[in-house]
Design a protein around this ligand. Sequence first.
Ligand code: ADP
Ligand code: MG
Length: 698
Amino acid sequence: MGKSVINEIFGSNVFDDTVMKERLPKDTYELLKNAIVSGNAIDSSISNIVASAMKDWAIEKGATHFTHWFQPMTGITAEKHDSFIAPTGNGNVIMDFSGKELIKGEPDASSFPSGGLRATFEARGYTAWDPSSFAFVKDNTLCIPTAFCSFGGEALDQKTPLLRSMDAVGKQALRIVKLFGMEDVTSVRTTAGPEQEYFLVDKALFNKRPDLIYCGRTLTGSVPPKGQEMNDHYFGVIKPRVAAFMQELDEELWKLGVFAKTEHNEAAPAQHELAPIFTTTNIAADHNQLTMELMKKIADKHGLVCLLHEKPFKGVNGSGKHNNWSLATNTGINLLNPGKNPSENLIFLLCLAGVIKAVDQHQDLLRISVATAGNDHRLGGAEAPPAIVSMYLGDELTSILEDIEKGIHHDDKMKATMNVGTDVIPMFKKDNSDRNRTSPFAFTGNKFEFRMLGSSSSISDTNVMLNTITADVFCDFANRLEKSTDFKSEVLAIIRESVSEHKRIIFNGDGYSNEWKEEAKKRGLLNLKSTPDAISFLCNDRNIDMFERHGVFSETELRCRAEISLENYSKVLHIEALTLYEMVRRDIMPSVSKAVLSFCKTAEKKKQALGIEPSFAEKDIISSLSSCYDKLFELTNSLDKTVQEAQNTNDVGRRAVIYRENVLDTMEKIRDISDKSETLMPRDIWPYPTYGDLLFKI
Ligand code: ADP
Ligand code: MG
């Protein structure tokens, strides 16, 4: 596709700034724009005018319906479609859309998770227009990004706390920026660029596996002879079917104004990645939701299924999401950009010290923000960071901070020139630090990259945490600096203190190694291995105070979130356990029995025809498979019992722990036996497509 075509389609289905300027009266446009930039409330007088312009534009794009598009705590987006049609009274209809309908919606909210926030007798939920994220047309529907809250104003979604946290950190960062004399700055926002990993598998094969259909991951399956050990998939040539999918995905995303930029194969076979260009965090969060939704939809059109689960295949790399994050002023300054002389860039160093302090103090919250049943399988799985939060700064920044701590002068290293050893290849400047791919929280030049997120989650939770913990530390810094008489030495004192008190969180080595786990323990860093472990930290007094202090969550909201996380965790494991039970009892055991019968028949016929007793091999296979059969029977019985036990436990926390300790453990044992029988069985009797089929047949 030519460049001009891309220009033409990019954002063509978005009611963006250009369209608004074109279609709104000048004063309305100014009022709206002002509200968007400053984050202030919209003057309700303009909503009718905006709604009407939006409707006309959307109808021209083929829309017949509108929906408030929101993100309940299910992790996916929700829509309730209404048509534009309104009766005129004389039996005719007109296409209508009022300001009221734009600003507020009232979906019946009783079936979305609320953690007890909203009793069914007051099932009213409200959606409220977020003008800072542009409306768009998708599937003949005008989609209006909205926040979702209860009758009492409690957040029932991912967007509301995200917007609140952006306000919180923006407010505190602005105080700091002002103290540094940057008077022209009027707002600071966080930016995010989430890289998204995913798998593609053949739809016909997918449809033969109940585990993929119900759980999004395989619950059995022995590892094929060839995996990713040859590293021939990473950045390898993209197969035609996948390339066609990627091209269509790019085009559809571009139409929606999503800056999809690079697409390449990932480490595992059938695994890929999409990286967008970063943007303001709440828009990035909306765009990431759209990206996941379109990946699924477009894969389907190409006879493929997109798996967003964190660990679809055991023994093969899982999928994550890398949340690149920074802070930018409205004048375009990135506060985490070290510039040419980082050691003299005090505002950068102060912000850096702030993030170090925040991450060390709130390891629990960052871990909690990525805690799901799916991601538990991936973290610590030798291809993803462990469940321990640590930070990578690289040698150069680490040594600057060490020198500040010691109070000695630091000479910034000039960037070295890279010489590849042949004149044909132009020389270029090397980055100041190499990349460390094993750190969960790495400084990567002018931003931080948090790599613990699961591929299927919204990025909102993580950014809520990052923004709030940073806001809290920046608030302390600003309080101190506003009182100080010697600004520069106070800045240095703050940096020095932050570094010396929190440097244990900095680790530049191999985060996947076992030595690091030992070392982290010595340093007193948290290692919260499972979701129930992590969530138990969420509602401690320190966290409640902090979230309330910055207006991000009330205590009630926080408690509800903890409950929803634990409930989701248990529900996922429950579904997985039932699925596995059914697969084993109805497919796997019958085929094991069939295989035993066929081996027995062979032996019997041989004896009839030739009078030969069963061979050692025949006996061995028959008895191994028979013993697998018996064990599968026994283990599925105990799976059933542990599931009952979990179900009969009322306390959500306790229930989640039973699922983790007993149910998951039994499922693993079943899997081992099932995988063993798979390798002993004739291929044509095994009831499911194998790992080899799924990973290599595209
Ligand atoms: P990788 O981590 O795979 O090497 P890149 O360095 O190309 O990838 O960038 C990763 C992501 O970081 C991209 O989505 C990019 O837009 C995003 N990014 C770059 N600068 C910022 C920033 N200031 N704030 C947030 N995200 C950023
Ligand atoms: Mg990355």
